[in-house]
Design a protein around this ligand. Sequence first.
Ligand code: FE2
Ligand code: FE2
Length: 287
Amino acid sequence: MTSGTVYTAGWSLDDIPWDRFDRSKASPGMIAAVKAAALVEFNAPAYVSYLARVFEGAERSLADFKRWGDEEAQHGLALGRWAEMADPAWSFEQAFARFQTGYKPPHFTSEETVSVRGSRRGEMIARCVVESGTSSYYSAIREAADEPVLKEIAGRIAADEFRHYRLFFDTLHAQDEPELPFWRRLLVALGRINESDDDELAYAYYCATVGPDEEAANPYRRSEYARQSFACSGRIYRRHHIRKLVQMVAKAVGADPQGRITSWAAAFMWRLFQFRAGSTLASAPNG
Ligand SMILES: [Fe+2]
Ligand SMILES: [Fe+2]
């Protein structure tokens, strides 16, 4: 947190100062980013069902995951409400219904009880990667947003996402499964990072920004909407957010977050972001 405000867990929508909303400070790019994020967040309960299969019998973890899913869903509600205030023609409910219908990864619908990452430890590493991404992303939104209500929402969500990382990190190390070799941990993390090109973010961006009446003229194409989604979020990140993201992933796989290889990886990742998001990225004065 850069502003010194510490947001504790357990907040509700009533804690958001909605009456301070200032539409003139909500930019189109930020509105699109928030709409897409709202859809992904609100879909978390589907992931809780999957985790409940993978962690069957681990009652304490299941209770933690249920609370996690509730917090993610609340993130979706807060972001969705903000997006509807910023764009009154947009319906969160309608966009989410389309997203939920069209986005059903195989592990959500199967009865498989083994994680798609191969083990519970692998699953927790993948969750740490996701929370590294979300905590960095909402920190970036908090810093980039001019609109005061969004700034507060993003600050509260970012604080939750750092706590989620801690939850999955602690659950990872509480497993009585044998430790995975380093190469295997790295592979799981890289595999999860690579999935940011899959349908979840691209299709959320599509449902968020292309209305149902525009679908025929603008059919969904993963590569195109993955590119647009990446360009949209890429404009929000700054170099220090990417560095933090890479450091958190390094810690999750058991590498040194302050080590030289992590620094190289962070520099490489930042270059990749700049390249993929196009020339619209601002340079990072505080990198
Ligand atoms: Fe979240
Ligand atoms: Fe989270």
